[in-house]
Each structure stands twice: as C-alpha cells, then as structure tokens.
Design a protein. Structure first.
Length: 219
C-alpha cells in the first residue's frame, strides 16, 4: 500500500511563498522513517532537519508544491488561504495517486475538510483512504516527513531572499520585527514593496498606508 503524508509551511508569512510538502512511501517502509529520526519539523534544529531531509530518499519520495506571493495574492481575490492550501494538497495527491492519504488538519471538521480535498482532486480513484487530524505532523511519521519537506523548502526560499536583498529579515512572518523593518525600509528606498510580498496581507496594507501618511505629512 502506497501511503502519502501532506503538510504545509509558510501559510502565514507576509514575505515569500507557501510550500505544500508531500512524502510518499510504501506502508512496509514506514518504520524506516522512525529509524532515521523523523519527527515534526518544528521540533527539529535546522541542522538535524537538513540531515533527516537528506536521508528521506532512502524511505520514499518527496513532492513540493509552491505558491508564490503573487499567486497567493491573485488567488486571494476569490479564495481563502484555506482554499489555496486545499488546492495544493489536491495537487500533491493527484501527482502521487496513493492508496492512503494522511494530512495535517487546518480546519475544525476532518470529514468536511476531506470532502473539500476530494472535490479539488482530478483523480477518480474512489478506493483512496483519507485521514486528517490535528497534530498529524507529530503523530504520523509520514506526515512528519512531509512537514520536513515543506519546512526545508520554505527555509531555503527565505535564505535565498536574505541573500538577494543582503538583509536578514528573519522568518518573513508579521510577528518578526526584522521583517517589518525590512519592508518599511525597502518601501522608503524603492517606493514599493519587494515583489515577494503578499500584498493581500493586512500587514502589507498597513505598512503601505503608513508610508503614504508619512509622505503626506512630509509634504
């Protein structure tokens, strides 16, 4: 039986892409994931996560779906972030056509969430089994592996942006002061936000509004 785990990373940042990570393996190889130390990516140091990621190939295959900031902004005109995430989950399932899918649950109702996933899929495999649970990235090694895949992709993406702009803005989440400082300074210097900014986020809207008010005051 082919088992697929799915999780996301980068759902809430104001800077950068969201990544949907998938990890697919044969049911008989699930024990291999525990052997190489797979656990929820949030509980791993960067070095340990990278080491485990490099060993995942011995237990199965990794899949990544990326939603850029601009694509998220475009989709948010008619969708919610939950619906975008569902679309990403469905894409990963369609690519792998597993026998069983285990997912981290971002909504209150598991059955309702699974129904939304099925509607978004192109696959007509009616025998596919689904399980969605809160904390699945901690309870199921195959979802933990997917969490590592997604988190590693997000971290690599953010590090690339740090290099591109020559500034360590930390995680790109609104709660990180370096993120806000970077956006404010970039806007002051360039007259616009970086192209990797999610303009549909209230944080970005607030920074733009404040910049415009400051410009009027200066005038």
């Amino acid at each position: 039986m082919k088992v697929l785990g799915i999780d996301e990373a980068g759902r809430g940042p104001v800077i950068g892409s969201m990544f949907i990570g998938g990890f697919v393996t044969d049911e008989k190889d699930l024990g291999r994931l525990e052997d190489i130390g797979v656990k929820d990516s949030k509980k791993l140091s960067d070095n340990k996560r990278d080491r485990i990621r490099d060993n995942l190939g011995s237990a199965g295959d990794s899949i990544v779906e990326e939603f850029t900031a601009s694509s998220i902004d475009s989709m948010m005109e008619s969708m919610t972030i939950n619906q975008i995430e569902i679309k990403g989950f469905a894409r990963v399932i369609d690519q792998t056509d597993p026998d069983k899918v285990i997912m981290d649950l971002p909504e209150p109702d598991a059955e309702e969430f699974i129904g939304k996933i099925k509607k978004s899929m192109n696959s007509d495999n009616t025998d596919m089994e689904f399980k969605a649970e809160h904390g699945a990235d901690d309870s199921f090694p195959v979802v933990s592996a997917a969490s590592i895949v997604a988190k590693s992709a997000r971290e690599s993406h953010v590090e690339g942006l740090h290099s591109k702009y020559g500034y360590d803005f930390a995680s790109g989440y609104p709660h990180d002061k370096p993120t806000i400082t970077f956006l404010e300074r970039y806007l002051d210097q360039e007259g616009d936000l970086p192209p990797e900014t999610r303009r549909s986020w209230s944080t970005a809207e607030r920074i733009i509004d404040q910049h415009q008010q400051n410009s009027i005051s200066d005038f």
